[in-house]
Design a protein around this ligand. Structure first.
Ligand code: GRF
Length: 204
């Protein structure tokens, strides 16, 4: 820790919906005692998500808040807020979290929510651009490169300030699936780097 460093680590809440391989990359980075952040809790909106098992295996408290149990987005987000409160969370990391957050929720966490997106934003972002659709659109448009972007979350989907990008090559025989794998691997490098950058800037 540097002379001006705060005691402790940047406390993360990681929000997931599925496989949680980005969560795993963050958990693995946090195993290094010099890494300035710690995963304090994991929340999934999907019951049975594989990422929940990853959290449990790492001894991290993990809960499910199933959006299907709530009538409105606001009700779902109130449950999220309740779950997050009292855990001293410094940063919310969306890692394959497949829900769009409302401006009201985002306003409660100014510059404290970040996301990973599987393209070189601002290209191939925005509402409706997720999963294999992104990679297919990249291939269809004849791009030479794709990659990943870690960015701050603002109400406009995928438009927040970019923290880190990683470029990957596109191969002539790529399918959306093969490109997705290469991009995902780049997210696994980018996400811990972005967290580290934010933690160090915050004095941790
Ligand atoms: C990532 O490519 C992310 O950008 C996208 O969904 C994937 C999530 O993967 N939104 P995982 O759940 O972290 O394995």
């Amino acid at each position: 820790m540097g002379a001006n460093a705060k005691a402790g680590k940047l406390n993360l809440a990681v929000l997931i919906s599925g496989g949680g391989s980005n969560l795993q990359a963050i958990i693995d980075a946090c195993k290094d005692s010099d890494f300035p952040a710690k995963v304090q809790m994991v929340i999934s909106n999907t019951p049975g998500a594989q990422g929940l098992t990853r959290a449990k295996n790492a001894g991290i408290p993990a809960i499910t808040i199933d959006h299907k149990n709530y009538d409105t987005r606001q009700d779902f987000e109130e449950a999220l807020t309740d779950a997050l409160s009292g855990h001293d969370i410094d940063l919310i990391c969306l890692a394959g979290f497949m829900r769009i957050l409302t401006p009201g929720f985002i306003a409660q966490w100014p510059r404290k929510i970040i996301n990973t997106h599987p393209s070189l934003l601002p290209k191939f972002g925005g509402e409706g651009m997720y999963g294999m659709r992104v990679h297919q659109a990249v291939l269809d448009s004849g791009e030479q490169y794709s990659g990943s972007t870690i960015h701050y979350v603002i109400p406009e989907v995928d438009k927040g300030e970019i923290i880190i990008q990683k470029q990957v090559d596109i191969h002539s025989d790529d399918t959306a699936e093969t490109l997705a794998k290469r991009v995902l691997a780049s997210e696994h490098i980018a996400y811990p780097e972005a967290i580290k950058q934010i933690a160090l800037k915050s004095g941790f």
